[in-house]
Design a binder for this molecule. Structure first.
Ligand code: NCD
Ligand code: ZN
Ligand code: ZN
Length: 427
């Protein structure tokens, strides 16, 4: 056996003082005592599965002044995330087999963590879905405009879902109805205006349209970044082939709170009322929501500091998601069981990858946590190129160490592997 790691590990829903045995990057044994070529003893520190983020925009190719795959994935490492799935609204958009191959090859050279990619579905590439499916981990459809969104006419929705249903890969949705957004759009001077321009009704309508279009098809559908009580209410009665995710910003922030410079918090769908925020947080707790997803959407400080109406929408979050929620677990606001389901188990299940659990046969991806180590989030200490965070000064528990496929990636706050360590998780 190559390696054994000892500590208080989260195994099958409880903590056990044990050793995790690793060979070729996989967990091969979980026992009280194990002998291996190399041994790490983390004593009473906690070992948890590493997180998986199904929703990042690493801006590569085309907008690498905001982020690139090396900086984005480095931020993931320090945030305890061993695998990310990248969205297709890059430049060029990832909507052709060629652009998908190019992105995968480029990311194989740049990424510090394992990764997957989505193919964007537009009005123009519906005929290519089978070819795209061979290269991607899933599809993304934007039903409403947002940063560099891919145009999609909803009258095509049923047909697209039909062709994807035979392929079996998940389809992820940005669910805000475009016609509804156009109807409500006005010049925006602040967050309350942004909320009026993108009311909860547009999200609700869009989710309803997804339900209708997917009826009896069995396609695997994921509704991204649910942001409203109305959206949640609908999702309560969703069929089992539909999953949904919530972002940290939607369940931790609301517009009533003084959020600092408003333009920095402009995001789609918008940060809404405390009522929505609390409903979303409760939905994380009670299991209505499947996953937490960061929707890491970096724009530079300068880009976020212009007049509100022309500011691009999006917030960074891949590095702060797991640490923020670990702090909430420490404060007993959320259980370990829910957190690990939201950040590790369910995302891995939705993508069909052997990660997210500390069990024999799974990738040896885990984080080491010292709960005494409560820190503050400071943008100066983060690794995204964008240089800021919506959670400045929030309390958080950053992992002291992360292992990906049995390799220790952090030592004394320094990265221990080269760009290109991360692997494509396969289409
Ligand atoms: C995202 C981006 O910047 O790429 N922006 C955002 O406000 N969330 C796109 C998206 O996920 O809608
Ligand atoms: Zn979106
Ligand atoms: Zn997004």
């Amino acid at each position: 056996m190559d390696l054994s790691v000892e500590g208080k590990a989260y195994i099958n829903g409880t903590f056990e003082n044990c050793c995790i045995g690793i060979d070729d990057g996989k967990i091969v044994a979980v026992k009280k005592i194990l002998k291996a070529d190399e041994h790490f003893d983390f004593g009473n520190k906690i070992i948890l599965p590493a997180g998986i983020d199904l929703h990042v925009h690493f801006r590569d190719p085309g907008m690498t002044h905001k982020e690139d795959f090396s900086t984005g994935s480095l931020a993931a490492v320090f945030g305890g995330i061993s695998c990310v799935f990248d969205m297709p609204n890059t430049v060029p958009q990832t909507t052709t087999p060629g652009s998908l191959s190019d992105k995968i090859n480029d990311c194989k050279r740049k990424s510090f963590v394992d990764f997957g990619v989505y193919a964007g579905v537009t009005n123009d590439n519906i005929k290519d879905i089978e070819k795209l499916a061979k290269k991607c981990n899933g599809f993304k459809i934007f039903l409403g405009n947002t940063t560099v969104a891919l145009m999609f006419d909803k009258t095509n929705l049923r047909n697209v879902l039909k062709s994807i249903s035979t392929i079996g890969k998940p389809v992820l949705f940005h669910a805000e109805d475009e016609e509804c957004l156009i109807k409500n759009r006005s010049v925006e001077n602040g967050l309350a205006d942004h909320l009026r321009s993108r009311p909860a009704g547009c999200e609700e309508l869009s989710i309803r349209e997804i339900f209708n279009a997917s009826q009896d098809l069995g396609s695997r559908i994921h509704v991204c970044h649910v942001s409203s009580c109305e959206g949640l209410e609908l999702l309560k009665n969703r069929p089992s082939n539909i999953s949904c995710g919530v972002t940290p910003h939607h369940c931790l922030l609301s517009i009533e709170k003084n959020l600092g410079t408003p333009s920095f918090y402009k995001v789609n769908p918008p940060v809404r009322t405390s009522f929505d925020k609390e409903a979303l947080f409760n939905a994380l707790k009670n299991g209505l929501v499947d996953i937490l997803e960061s929707d890491h959407a970096p724009h530079t400080r300068d880009e976020k500091a212009v007049d509100f109406d022309s500011v691009p929408c999006g917030l960074p979050g891949v590095e702060t998601m797991y640490p923020l929620f670990l702090y909430l677990v420490k404060k007993e606001i959320l259980s370990f069981q829910r957190l690990i389901s939201l950040l590790c188990i369910r995302p891995a299940e939705l993508m069909g990858i052997p990660k997210g659990r500390l069990e024999v046969g799974y990738d040896a991806d885990f984080v080491v946590i010292d709960f005494k180590d409560v820190g503050k989030i400071r943008s100066d200490n983060l690794h995204s190129k964008c240089g800021w965070t919506p959670f400045e000064d929030w309390s958080a528990v950053f992992p002291s160490c992360i292992f990906v496929r049995g390799e220790k990636l952090i030592e004394d706050h320094e990265i221990q592997v080269n760009q290109g360590f991360g692997q494509f998780v396969g289409a």
